[in-house]
Design a protein around this ligand. Structure first.
Ligand SMILES: Cc1cc2nc3c(=O)[nH]c(=O)nc-3n(C[C@H](O)[C@H](O)[C@H](O)COP(=O)(O)O)c2cc1C
Length: 330
């Protein structure tokens, strides 16, 4: 049984990848991911705020750009609890590379055209096999147009592509008004993979203290529906590899991602909840299912249920909308 897949030019032994998260926080947990059969690991992110802080630029940034980082003022101290500083981060990538056989992908999380982009180069020099760029941007500026926001993404991708040789994945939000066109532009700007979708952590309200607080909920399986739809639409239309993240909890989810045309399925919440060894169960169950259904390889099923292949492509569009709403009986 051939479970191999190719993700942004990197051949992987199977399509299940650990997404950027505390799974990579220690060498031991990263090694446990490899032992459980995960085929690659994305390291948790190095944050733009950390780089600015290190460069003594954060205060300047906070006081000069009203819209960008006001929220970072209150949350910044906690960032260092989760993530190492830039130098330690690069060292961690390098140690992961020495300890693991599976590919290691570094990650940078930011939202501006700042000098942090050069850290992509250093992640490459630290030995990473690829870099994932998480552009986490909340467009709260009433004067900023959609086209300006899009241009910012494209600029960041171009800048990073101009400094590194390793493949670059872009983890994006689902909130573009013209998703297909935007993915085409990112593809043309050189993104080697699109990771769909960034799961924005929405703040909650503390009624007792009248405070807004960040609230991290692990994902649910239904959240995979959004990446499934878009991977189905994009597959075959763009050159970049496609990764699904958000809602991968069982082997059936990996299979669905493959059928709509994904190259890899990235997992995090399920392993944080149930333990890293859960990955090997998911992979074994996937293999058993494939044997029962007489599939010889992952490539055989990739894209078999994409937008162009299904008998009712409108199921991925608006057409089923009324039917679904009407099917709900009180
Ligand atoms: C505790 C935690 C930490 C995370 N840290 C990062 C991070 O550093 N960088 C990043 O791009 N995504 C981060 N993520 C998002 C995950 O990589 C993933 O995209 C998201 O959790 C959806 O996948 P899931 O449904 O398998 O959890 C984090 C998620 C969790 C739960």
């Amino acid at each position: 049984m051939d479970l191999t897949t190719t993700y942004m030019g990197i051949k992987l032994k199977n399509p299940l990848v650990a997404s950027a998260s505390p799974l990579s926080k220690t060498i031991d947990s990263a090694k446990a991911c490899e032992d459980a059969g995960l085929s690659a690991i994305v390291c948790y992110s190095l944050f733009e705020e950390q780089l600015l802080h290190e460069a003594g630029e954060l205060d300047h940034y906070l006081t000069t750009t009203a819209e960008s980082y006001a929220e970072a003022l209150s949350y910044f101290p906690e960032i260092s609890d989760y993530n190492l500083g830039p130098a330690e981060y690069l060292e961690h990538i390098s140690r992961m590379k020495s300890a693991l056989e599976i590919p290691v992908i570094g990650s940078i999380n930011g939202a501006s055209r700042g000098g942090w982009i050069n850290y992509a180069k250093q992640i490459e020099q630290a030995g990473a096999d690829g870099v994932e760029l998480n552009i986490f941007y909340i467009p709260t500026d009433f004067d900023k147009k959609g086209t300006e926001v899009e241009e910012m993404y494209i600029d960041i991708i171009r800048s990073i592509k101009s400094v590194v040789k390793i493949p670059v994945a872009v983890k994006v939000s689902p909130y573009f008004s013209a998703m297909a066109n935007m993915t085409k532009k990112m593809d043309e700007a050189g993104a080697d993979a699109l990771v769909l979708f960034n799961r924005f952590y929405q703040p909650d309200i503390d009624l007792e203290n009248l405070d807004v607080f960040p609230n991290l909920e692990l994902s649910n399986q239904w959240e995979l529906r959004l990446p499934l739809r878009w991977i189905a639409v994009l597959h075959g239309n763009i050159r970049a590899s496609l990764a699904a993240t958000s809602g991968i909890h069982t082997y059936t989810d990996i299979l669905k991602v493959m059928m709509v045309g994904g190259d890899v399925a990235m997992v995090c919440s399920e392993l944080l909840k149930k333990g890293i060894s859960r990955a090997s169960e998911m992979l074994n169950e996937m293999k058993i299912w494939m044997e029962e259904k007489e599939y010889d390889s992952i490539s055989q099923m990739q894209g078999s249920m994409d937008y162009r292949s299904v008998s009712q492509p409108e199921a991925y569009e608006r057409a089923n909308y009324m039917k679904i709403l009407n099917s709900y009986k009180v």
